[in-house]
Write a protein that binds this ligand. Structure first.
Ligand code: FAD
Ligand code: SIN
Length: 535
């Protein structure tokens, strides 16, 4: 029997929880999430949330910085909307209980990060995400209208075009959900479905992202017929800790904001050769600078040097990073930190409007799963938590209003998940192999510096791997890793296809065969949808 709710929220990061709290005023909310409730990119955010809060700052300055990072293809109205909504969203978090770090005079302490012309990053020490996630989860647990269920993974969206007698217009009706404890698949019908599944960093071998970031929402929405945009713009964070025992640990850009300098093994501050802002240049430039330095020298890593700053200050301002590095034998107060770039953020995703609506009626989205037009070809640091807050909030308002204004009847008969001839798979090794293969060719062929030859090779490989995965999919009962692998492969294919379509270099997309920007032909997003013919 299908379960029916007003709002189905997929994902429990900042976007999902913001939406859930706000939508609970309009109806029943079910949040489904595939790991621990707090496991998300949100939880690991260090730097903070960018917003115009300082006396020397202005909305125009934040808009200009966002545009400048976005390399000419940010959408003006969306950037202005997000920037202007910032202070109110920060106050909302404070009203829920988030305690941002303050200065000795009691003002909010504002951090500086690459590409920002002012100090404007509100933070909770160097653990902003952990604090925000904890407060939001506490609030959700106290809200009677919201139920959170875990560990369950959404497999696919249910659309009216697959359901008999569901009306003429296509729309999203909910999702099929796999319970990871019982392996049963449940049909959840919802008046409104909200996608908040985050990004896809796990497509790459080296990433700052947690294991849950497998691009599920992008793949599900694409399969359901929604358009996705700008998937070629994958942001590589310049400084992930390089240590054999540290999986995905970020060394925040805020360290460079406080004066940290990138040096090579010889102690030379090489970034000065690439940009006048040196180590604090925009992320795409720093990541490319490090990539070039590593290729030139053959070294395994470069280093972030903080040793010229007062030891007490470092310990107090960055307690989490100091502690984690210390556990691994690196004292950031007295020795440089080994770092490498890693896949960090997906600037593309499911297209939404200013109210978080996707192309598919009944399906809303916010956060890293989306393309809102705010980030353009390169996201400005600490703009993503802000974007997720703004669109999570606006989507809840808009979906709540829609529920009140429009009558919507659930179709009488929605098919259960079709197992077909599926049998329990005993060949899990094929999943591991495909997973490793994708992540490694994406890292080598489709990362910081690209070329036509590498992209074409990646395209041939992903077609082959997807063909095998599709075969496995219809032969096996779905299980968590296979669901994720199917999505990861689809997202990899979307990244490659988008990169092949952009015959220029802009922001995060750098192709050696087209080293310059081509405004005449490519000053626009790359848009894909199911059925669009490949070039
Ligand atoms: P997430 O927080 O990633 O949440 C996604 C949720 O969806 C998770 O709960 C996941 O388990 C769930 N999920 C996924 N697929 C499914 C499925 N199929 N079924 C059920 N559940 C599913 N941005 C900033 O602005 N400032 C920062 O300082 C900052 N620092 C960062 C540091 C790190 C290490 C990382 C990785 C990112 C950082 N970012 C930062 C980026 C920012 O954290 C993310 O973009 C943002 O948190 C995304 O929020 P979200 O709610 O969209 O997704
Ligand atoms: C960081 O702290 O460096 C991450 C900030 C971001 O990704 O916005």
């Amino acid at each position: 029997m299908a379960e029916k709710v007003d709002f189905l929220v997929i994902g429990s990061g900042i976007a999902g929880l913001t939406f859930a709290l706000e939508a609970s005023a309009h109806g029943s909310v079910l949040v489904v999430t595939k790991s621990e409730p707090s496991e998300s990119s949100t939880r690991y955010a260090q730097g903070g949330i960018a917003s115009v809060l300082g006396k020397d700052d202005s909305f125009q300055a934040h808009v200009d910085d966002t545009f400048s990072a976005g390399a000419g293809i940010c959408e003006t109205a969306m950037v202005e909307l997000v920037v202007r909504s910032g202070p109110e969203r920060i106050r909302w978090l404070e009203s829920l209980g988030v305690e941002f770090s303050t200065t000795a005079t009691g003002d909010r302490d504002l951090g500086l990060e690459g590409g920002h012309s002012r100090r404007r990053v509100a933070h909770v020490e160097d653990m902003t995400g952990r604090s925000v996630e904890q407060v939001l989860l506490e609030r959700v647990s106290q809200t009677p209208n919201v139920r959170l269920v875990t560990p369950v993974i959404a497999i696919d969206l249910i659309t009216a075009d697959k359901v008999r007698h569901a009306g003429d217009a296509n729309r999203c009706l909910g999702a099929y959900i796999l319970d990871l404890t019982t392996n049963c698949i449940q049909t959840i019908l919802a008046r409104c479905t909200f996608l908040a599944t985050g990004g896809c960093g796990k497509v790459y071998l080296v990433t700052s992202n947690p294991d849950v970031a497998t691009g599920d929402g992008i793949a599900m929405a694409y399969r359901a017929g929604a358009r996705v945009a700008n998937m070629e713009f994958i942001q590589f964070h310049p400084t992930c800790l390089y240590h054999h025992k540290a999986k995905s640990f970020l060394i925040s850009e805020a360290l460079r904001g406080e004066g940290g300098v990138l040096i090579n093994a010889a102690g030379h501050p090489f970034m000065d050769e690439y940009h006048p802002q040196g180590s604090l240049a925009p992320r795409d430039i720093v990541a490319r600078g490090i990539d070039a330095e590593l290729k030139r020298s053959g070294a395994d890593s470069v280093f972030l040097d903080m040793t010229h700053l007062p030891a007490d200050f470092l310990q107090e301002r960055f307690p989490n990073i100091h502690q984690r590095c210390l556990e691994l034998g690196i004292d950031i107060r007295f020795e440089p930190i080994p770092v490498v770039p890693g896949a960090h953020y997906c600037c593309g995703g499911v297209i939404i409007d200013a109210d978080g609506r996707t192309d598919l009626p009944g399906l809303y989205a916010a956060g890293e799963v989306t393309y809102s037009g705010v980030h353009g070809a390169n996201r400005l640091a600490s703009n993503s938590l802000l974007e997720a807050l703004v669109f999570g909030h606006r989507a809840a308002d808009s979906a709540g209003q829609e529920l009140q204004e429009k009558t919507f009847r659930f179709p009488r008969e929605v098919p259960e998940w079709n197992m077909g001839l599926a049998i329990d798979s005993d060949e899990k090794v094929v999943v591991t192999q495909a997973w490793d293969e994708i992540r490694s060719f994406m890292w080598r062929y489709v990362s910081i510096v690209r070329s036509n030859t590498r992209l074409e090779r990646a395209a041939r490989r992903i077609d082959l791997v997807r063909e095998e995965i599709n075969g496995d999919w219809w032969r096996s009962q779905p299980f968590g890793d296979l669901v994720e692998l199917r999505n990861l492969a689809r997202v990899a294919q979307l990244i490659i296809q988008s990169a092949l379509m952009r015959h220029e270099s802009r922001g995060l997309h750098y192709n050696l065969d087209y080293p310059d920007a081509d405004d005449a032909h490519f000053r626009r997003p790359t848009v894909l949808w199911r059925g669009r013919r490949r070039r």
